[in-house]
Design a protein around this ligand. Structure first.
Ligand code: FE2
Length: 373
Protein backbone atom coordinates (compact mmCIF):
# COMPACT_ATOMS: atom_id res chain seq x y z
CA UNK A 1 0.00 0.00 0.00
CA UNK A 2 1.42 3.38 -0.92
CA UNK A 3 2.23 5.91 1.76
CA UNK A 4 -0.40 8.27 0.40
CA UNK A 5 -3.09 5.62 0.43
CA UNK A 6 -2.18 4.67 4.00
CA UNK A 7 -2.39 8.28 5.05
CA UNK A 8 -5.68 8.68 3.26
CA UNK A 9 -7.22 5.68 4.98
CA UNK A 10 -5.86 6.90 8.28
CA UNK A 11 -7.38 10.31 7.70
CA UNK A 12 -10.78 8.84 6.89
CA UNK A 13 -10.73 6.84 10.12
CA UNK A 14 -9.17 9.45 12.33
CA UNK A 15 -11.48 12.24 11.34
CA UNK A 16 -14.54 10.07 10.96
CA UNK A 17 -14.97 11.35 7.46
CA UNK A 18 -17.21 9.98 4.79
CA UNK A 19 -17.09 10.59 1.09
CA UNK A 20 -18.60 13.92 0.16
CA UNK A 21 -21.70 14.24 -1.90
CA UNK A 22 -21.14 14.90 -5.57
CA UNK A 23 -20.34 18.26 -6.99
CA UNK A 24 -21.84 19.80 -10.05
CA UNK A 25 -25.38 19.98 -8.73
CA UNK A 26 -28.19 20.76 -11.10
CA UNK A 27 -27.80 24.23 -12.54
CA UNK A 28 -24.79 25.63 -10.82
CA UNK A 29 -22.41 27.61 -12.92
CA UNK A 30 -19.25 26.85 -11.04
CA UNK A 31 -19.91 23.16 -10.61
CA UNK A 32 -17.79 22.30 -7.61
CA UNK A 33 -20.82 22.53 -5.40
CA UNK A 34 -22.51 19.84 -3.36
CA UNK A 35 -25.89 18.56 -4.59
CA UNK A 36 -27.39 20.44 -1.71
CA UNK A 37 -26.13 23.95 -1.17
CA UNK A 38 -23.83 24.17 1.84
CA UNK A 39 -24.58 26.44 4.74
CA UNK A 40 -23.84 30.04 3.84
CA UNK A 41 -20.26 29.55 4.86
CA UNK A 42 -18.39 27.22 7.06
CA UNK A 43 -15.54 28.71 8.96
CA UNK A 44 -13.50 26.13 10.67
CA UNK A 45 -11.60 27.35 13.59
CA UNK A 46 -10.84 26.43 17.06
CA UNK A 47 -9.87 29.47 19.06
CA UNK A 48 -7.58 27.76 21.52
CA UNK A 49 -5.95 25.64 18.89
CA UNK A 50 -5.49 28.61 16.63
CA UNK A 51 -3.73 30.56 19.31
CA UNK A 52 -1.32 27.74 19.83
CA UNK A 53 -0.57 27.25 16.13
CA UNK A 54 -0.37 30.96 15.44
CA UNK A 55 2.73 30.99 17.60
CA UNK A 56 4.14 27.94 15.89
CA UNK A 57 3.42 28.72 12.26
CA UNK A 58 0.63 31.23 11.89
CA UNK A 59 -2.37 30.75 9.65
CA UNK A 60 -3.43 30.50 6.06
CA UNK A 61 -6.96 31.57 5.16
CA UNK A 62 -8.56 29.70 2.30
CA UNK A 63 -11.57 30.40 0.11
CA UNK A 64 -12.49 27.25 -1.77
CA UNK A 65 -15.29 25.98 -3.97
CA UNK A 66 -14.09 22.41 -3.39
CA UNK A 67 -15.93 20.53 -0.70
CA UNK A 68 -14.29 17.14 -0.41
CA UNK A 69 -13.40 15.43 2.82
CA UNK A 70 -10.13 14.36 1.25
CA UNK A 71 -9.22 18.03 0.94
CA UNK A 72 -9.99 18.54 4.63
CA UNK A 73 -7.74 15.63 5.51
CA UNK A 74 -4.94 17.21 3.49
CA UNK A 75 -5.34 20.54 5.30
CA UNK A 76 -5.07 18.73 8.63
CA UNK A 77 -1.91 17.01 7.43
CA UNK A 78 -0.47 20.37 6.35
CA UNK A 79 -1.13 21.81 9.82
CA UNK A 80 0.47 18.77 11.41
CA UNK A 81 3.62 19.18 9.30
CA UNK A 82 4.02 22.96 9.43
CA UNK A 83 2.10 24.22 12.46
CA UNK A 84 0.20 26.52 10.10
CA UNK A 85 -3.51 26.51 10.82
CA UNK A 86 -5.81 26.38 7.77
CA UNK A 87 -9.03 28.39 8.09
CA UNK A 88 -11.51 27.33 5.44
CA UNK A 89 -14.37 29.28 3.96
CA UNK A 90 -16.28 27.15 1.54
CA UNK A 91 -18.87 28.29 -0.96
CA UNK A 92 -19.83 28.50 -4.60
CA UNK A 93 -16.96 29.60 -6.82
CA UNK A 94 -18.68 32.62 -8.34
CA UNK A 95 -20.01 33.81 -4.96
CA UNK A 96 -16.58 33.51 -3.36
CA UNK A 97 -15.07 35.40 -6.29
CA UNK A 98 -17.61 38.21 -5.87
CA UNK A 99 -16.92 38.29 -2.16
CA UNK A 100 -13.18 38.51 -2.67
CA UNK A 101 -13.71 41.33 -5.15
CA UNK A 102 -16.00 43.18 -2.75
CA UNK A 103 -13.62 42.78 0.19
CA UNK A 104 -10.72 44.30 -1.73
CA UNK A 105 -7.68 45.08 0.39
CA UNK A 106 -9.60 44.21 3.57
CA UNK A 107 -9.96 40.55 2.63
CA UNK A 108 -8.65 37.91 4.98
CA UNK A 109 -8.29 35.39 2.19
CA UNK A 110 -4.78 34.23 1.35
CA UNK A 111 -5.48 31.38 -1.06
CA UNK A 112 -8.36 30.88 -3.52
CA UNK A 113 -9.14 27.41 -4.87
CA UNK A 114 -11.68 26.78 -7.60
CA UNK A 115 -12.41 24.49 -10.54
CA UNK A 116 -11.63 25.21 -14.17
CA UNK A 117 -8.83 27.23 -15.73
CA UNK A 118 -11.58 29.51 -17.10
CA UNK A 119 -12.57 30.52 -13.56
CA UNK A 120 -8.95 30.94 -12.50
CA UNK A 121 -8.39 33.18 -15.52
CA UNK A 122 -11.40 35.30 -14.49
CA UNK A 123 -9.89 35.67 -11.03
CA UNK A 124 -6.66 36.91 -12.57
CA UNK A 125 -8.49 39.21 -14.97
CA UNK A 126 -10.26 40.86 -12.03
CA UNK A 127 -6.80 41.46 -10.53
CA UNK A 128 -7.55 39.33 -7.48
CA UNK A 129 -4.39 37.21 -7.72
CA UNK A 130 -0.66 37.79 -7.46
CA UNK A 131 2.36 36.25 -9.16
CA UNK A 132 4.28 33.63 -7.21
CA UNK A 133 7.86 32.62 -7.82
CA UNK A 134 8.32 29.11 -6.50
CA UNK A 135 10.83 26.53 -7.65
CA UNK A 136 8.75 23.84 -5.97
CA UNK A 137 5.64 24.73 -7.96
CA UNK A 138 7.64 25.03 -11.16
CA UNK A 139 9.02 21.54 -10.57
CA UNK A 140 5.76 19.92 -9.45
CA UNK A 141 3.38 21.34 -12.07
CA UNK A 142 3.87 21.08 -15.85
CA UNK A 143 4.06 24.47 -17.52
CA UNK A 144 0.82 24.15 -19.47
CA UNK A 145 -1.12 23.56 -16.24
CA UNK A 146 -0.18 26.88 -14.66
CA UNK A 147 -0.70 30.50 -15.59
CA UNK A 148 1.90 32.11 -17.87
CA UNK A 149 2.50 34.78 -15.23
CA UNK A 150 2.39 32.29 -12.33
CA UNK A 151 -0.82 33.82 -10.95
CA UNK A 152 -2.59 30.44 -10.68
CA UNK A 153 -1.53 26.80 -10.47
CA UNK A 154 -3.24 23.53 -11.37
CA UNK A 155 -3.81 21.17 -8.44
CA UNK A 156 -5.76 18.35 -10.09
CA UNK A 157 -6.65 17.35 -13.64
CA UNK A 158 -9.88 16.04 -15.09
CA UNK A 159 -10.68 14.84 -18.59
CA UNK A 160 -13.95 15.74 -20.35
CA UNK A 161 -14.85 12.45 -22.00
CA UNK A 162 -17.66 10.63 -23.77
CA UNK A 163 -19.56 8.20 -21.57
CA UNK A 164 -21.78 5.66 -23.29
CA UNK A 165 -24.46 3.12 -22.44
CA UNK A 166 -22.57 -0.17 -22.41
CA UNK A 167 -25.68 -2.12 -23.43
CA UNK A 168 -26.52 0.07 -26.43
CA UNK A 169 -23.29 1.53 -27.74
CA UNK A 170 -20.18 -0.33 -28.82
CA UNK A 171 -17.06 1.79 -28.19
CA UNK A 172 -16.02 1.03 -31.79
CA UNK A 173 -18.84 3.40 -32.82
CA UNK A 174 -17.08 6.25 -31.01
CA UNK A 175 -14.10 8.27 -32.19
CA UNK A 176 -14.15 12.05 -31.74
CA UNK A 177 -16.15 14.91 -30.21
CA UNK A 178 -16.80 15.96 -33.82
CA UNK A 179 -18.28 12.58 -34.79
CA UNK A 180 -21.11 13.12 -32.27
CA UNK A 181 -22.47 15.77 -34.66
CA UNK A 182 -23.08 13.12 -37.39
CA UNK A 183 -26.71 12.24 -38.29
CA UNK A 184 -26.44 8.78 -36.66
CA UNK A 185 -26.31 10.48 -33.24
CA UNK A 186 -29.45 12.56 -33.71
CA UNK A 187 -31.50 12.68 -30.51
CA UNK A 188 -28.91 10.61 -28.61
CA UNK A 189 -26.42 13.12 -27.11
CA UNK A 190 -26.66 14.36 -23.50
CA UNK A 191 -24.72 17.36 -22.20
CA UNK A 192 -25.28 20.04 -19.59
CA UNK A 193 -26.00 23.73 -20.13
CA UNK A 194 -23.61 26.12 -21.87
CA UNK A 195 -23.84 28.34 -18.80
CA UNK A 196 -21.49 25.86 -17.25
CA UNK A 197 -17.80 26.75 -17.36
CA UNK A 198 -16.81 23.16 -18.26
CA UNK A 199 -18.59 23.45 -21.62
CA UNK A 200 -17.33 26.99 -22.14
CA UNK A 201 -13.77 25.76 -21.63
CA UNK A 202 -14.36 22.79 -23.95
CA UNK A 203 -15.49 25.27 -26.62
CA UNK A 204 -12.54 27.55 -25.84
CA UNK A 205 -10.19 24.61 -26.49
CA UNK A 206 -11.88 23.86 -29.83
CA UNK A 207 -11.55 27.51 -30.89
CA UNK A 208 -7.83 27.23 -30.18
CA UNK A 209 -7.31 23.85 -31.87
CA UNK A 210 -9.77 23.95 -34.77
CA UNK A 211 -10.54 27.61 -35.36
CA UNK A 212 -13.70 29.59 -34.71
CA UNK A 213 -15.70 28.31 -37.69
CA UNK A 214 -15.12 24.62 -36.96
CA UNK A 215 -15.84 25.19 -33.26
CA UNK A 216 -19.13 26.86 -34.13
CA UNK A 217 -20.05 24.05 -36.51
CA UNK A 218 -19.38 21.53 -33.77
CA UNK A 219 -21.54 23.34 -31.21
CA UNK A 220 -24.40 23.68 -33.71
CA UNK A 221 -24.08 19.97 -34.55
CA UNK A 222 -24.27 19.00 -30.88
CA UNK A 223 -27.36 21.17 -30.35
CA UNK A 224 -28.97 19.44 -33.35
CA UNK A 225 -28.24 15.98 -31.89
CA UNK A 226 -29.21 16.67 -28.27
CA UNK A 227 -31.46 14.08 -26.66
CA UNK A 228 -33.08 16.80 -24.54
CA UNK A 229 -32.70 20.41 -23.56
CA UNK A 230 -29.60 20.74 -21.36
CA UNK A 231 -30.37 20.24 -17.69
CA UNK A 232 -28.59 19.05 -14.56
CA UNK A 233 -24.93 18.51 -13.78
CA UNK A 234 -22.49 16.00 -15.23
CA UNK A 235 -23.68 13.17 -12.97
CA UNK A 236 -27.25 13.77 -14.18
CA UNK A 237 -26.10 13.15 -17.75
CA UNK A 238 -24.71 9.74 -16.82
CA UNK A 239 -27.93 8.93 -14.97
CA UNK A 240 -29.92 9.94 -18.07
CA UNK A 241 -27.77 7.69 -20.28
CA UNK A 242 -28.54 4.73 -18.05
CA UNK A 243 -32.24 5.68 -17.95
CA UNK A 244 -32.24 5.58 -21.76
CA UNK A 245 -32.90 9.29 -22.36
CA UNK A 246 -29.85 9.33 -24.59
CA UNK A 247 -27.03 6.96 -25.49
CA UNK A 248 -23.93 9.08 -24.93
CA UNK A 249 -23.00 12.03 -22.72
CA UNK A 250 -20.06 14.39 -22.37
CA UNK A 251 -18.92 14.54 -18.74
CA UNK A 252 -15.85 14.92 -16.56
CA UNK A 253 -14.14 11.70 -15.56
CA UNK A 254 -14.24 12.11 -11.78
CA UNK A 255 -18.04 12.06 -11.69
CA UNK A 256 -17.94 8.55 -13.12
CA UNK A 257 -15.21 7.54 -10.69
CA UNK A 258 -17.33 8.84 -7.85
CA UNK A 259 -20.34 6.80 -9.00
CA UNK A 260 -18.28 3.61 -9.32
CA UNK A 261 -16.78 4.07 -5.84
CA UNK A 262 -19.97 5.27 -4.14
CA UNK A 263 -21.39 3.60 -1.05
CA UNK A 264 -24.85 3.90 -2.59
CA UNK A 265 -25.56 0.76 -4.68
CA UNK A 266 -27.78 2.81 -7.03
CA UNK A 267 -24.82 5.05 -7.88
CA UNK A 268 -22.60 2.03 -8.44
CA UNK A 269 -25.20 0.59 -10.83
CA UNK A 270 -25.12 3.80 -12.89
CA UNK A 271 -21.32 3.97 -12.81
CA UNK A 272 -20.97 0.39 -13.97
CA UNK A 273 -23.57 0.69 -16.75
CA UNK A 274 -21.59 3.36 -18.57
CA UNK A 275 -18.24 3.14 -20.29
CA UNK A 276 -15.62 5.90 -20.39
CA UNK A 277 -14.29 6.76 -23.85
CA UNK A 278 -11.41 9.18 -24.46
CA UNK A 279 -12.22 10.98 -27.71
CA UNK A 280 -9.86 12.35 -30.37
CA UNK A 281 -7.05 9.92 -29.64
CA UNK A 282 -6.04 9.83 -33.31
CA UNK A 283 -6.44 13.57 -33.74
CA UNK A 284 -5.80 16.39 -31.26
CA UNK A 285 -6.51 14.63 -27.97
CA UNK A 286 -9.09 14.65 -25.15
CA UNK A 287 -9.96 17.91 -23.41
CA UNK A 288 -8.31 18.22 -20.01
CA UNK A 289 -9.02 20.91 -17.44
CA UNK A 290 -7.91 21.53 -13.86
CA UNK A 291 -8.94 22.67 -10.47
CA UNK A 292 -6.35 25.06 -9.16
CA UNK A 293 -5.14 27.56 -6.61
CA UNK A 294 -4.01 31.18 -6.56
CA UNK A 295 -2.43 33.40 -3.96
CA UNK A 296 -4.84 36.28 -3.37
CA UNK A 297 -3.59 39.74 -4.36
CA UNK A 298 -4.19 41.22 -0.91
CA UNK A 299 -3.12 38.14 1.05
CA UNK A 300 -1.70 38.90 4.50
CA UNK A 301 0.04 35.53 4.86
CA UNK A 302 1.78 35.20 1.51
CA UNK A 303 4.59 32.93 2.67
CA UNK A 304 2.16 30.49 4.28
CA UNK A 305 -0.07 30.66 1.21
CA UNK A 306 2.81 29.60 -1.06
CA UNK A 307 3.82 26.83 1.36
CA UNK A 308 0.24 25.60 1.36
CA UNK A 309 -0.04 25.41 -2.43
CA UNK A 310 3.39 23.78 -2.63
CA UNK A 311 2.23 21.18 -0.14
CA UNK A 312 -0.89 20.39 -2.19
CA UNK A 313 1.27 19.63 -5.23
CA UNK A 314 3.69 17.26 -3.51
CA UNK A 315 3.52 13.60 -4.52
CA UNK A 316 1.78 12.43 -1.35
CA UNK A 317 -0.98 15.07 -1.50
CA UNK A 318 -1.43 14.48 -5.21
CA UNK A 319 -2.01 10.77 -4.61
CA UNK A 320 -4.62 11.62 -1.98
CA UNK A 321 -6.49 13.77 -4.52
CA UNK A 322 -6.36 10.88 -7.00
CA UNK A 323 -7.47 8.28 -4.49
CA UNK A 324 -10.14 10.36 -2.80
CA UNK A 325 -11.77 12.21 -5.67
CA UNK A 326 -10.70 10.30 -8.79
CA UNK A 327 -8.87 13.31 -10.17
CA UNK A 328 -5.66 13.00 -12.15
CA UNK A 329 -2.54 14.30 -10.41
CA UNK A 330 -0.88 17.34 -11.99
CA UNK A 331 2.44 16.19 -10.55
CA UNK A 332 3.74 13.59 -13.01
CA UNK A 333 5.60 11.78 -10.20
CA UNK A 334 2.37 10.90 -8.39
CA UNK A 335 0.77 7.51 -8.89
CA UNK A 336 -2.72 7.12 -10.34
CA UNK A 337 -5.48 5.53 -8.28
CA UNK A 338 -6.87 2.12 -9.31
CA UNK A 339 -9.95 3.77 -10.86
CA UNK A 340 -7.82 6.12 -12.95
CA UNK A 341 -5.57 3.23 -13.99
CA UNK A 342 -8.61 1.20 -15.03
CA UNK A 343 -9.50 3.82 -17.66
CA UNK A 344 -6.04 3.58 -19.18
CA UNK A 345 -3.64 6.13 -20.56
CA UNK A 346 -4.83 8.68 -23.06
CA UNK A 347 -3.65 11.49 -25.26
CA UNK A 348 -4.50 14.96 -23.93
CA UNK A 349 -5.13 18.13 -25.89
CA UNK A 350 -1.80 19.89 -26.16
CA UNK A 351 -2.74 23.43 -25.24
CA UNK A 352 -1.67 25.88 -22.61
CA UNK A 353 -4.67 26.19 -20.26
CA UNK A 354 -4.22 29.96 -20.12
CA UNK A 355 -5.89 29.85 -23.56
CA UNK A 356 -9.17 28.70 -21.98
CA UNK A 357 -9.52 32.03 -20.21
CA UNK A 358 -8.48 34.00 -23.27
CA UNK A 359 -11.10 32.31 -25.46
CA UNK A 360 -13.89 32.25 -22.87
CA UNK A 361 -15.86 35.29 -24.07
CA UNK A 362 -15.76 34.09 -27.67
CA UNK A 363 -16.83 30.60 -26.58
CA UNK A 364 -19.86 31.98 -24.72
CA UNK A 365 -20.79 34.07 -27.75
CA UNK A 366 -20.73 31.08 -30.08
CA UNK A 367 -22.65 28.86 -27.66
CA UNK A 368 -25.37 31.51 -27.46
CA UNK A 369 -25.37 31.98 -31.22
CA UNK A 370 -26.03 28.30 -31.91
CA UNK A 371 -28.80 28.16 -29.30
CA UNK A 372 -27.06 25.90 -26.77
CA UNK A 373 -29.14 26.63 -23.68
FE1 FE2 B 1 -17.27 19.39 -10.94
Amino acid sequence: MSKALKFFLFAILAFGLVFAAGCGGSNDTTTEEPEEAPAEEQVEENAAEEEATEEAGGVVNLYTSRHYDTDEALYAKFTEETGIEVNVIQGKGDELMERLDREGEATEADVFITADAGNLARLKEKELTQAVESEVLAANIPEKLRDVDNEWFGLTKRARVIVYAKDRVDPSELSTYEALTEPEWEGRVLIRSSENIYNQSLMASFIELNGEEAAKEWAAGIVKNMAREPQGGDTDQAVAVVAGEGDVAITNTYYIGRLINSEDPEDVKVGEAVGVFFPNQDTNGTHVNISGAAVVKHAKNVENAVKFIEFLTNVEAQEVFAEGNNEYPVNPEAEMSETLKSWGEFKEQDIDLTILGENNAQAIMILNEVGWK
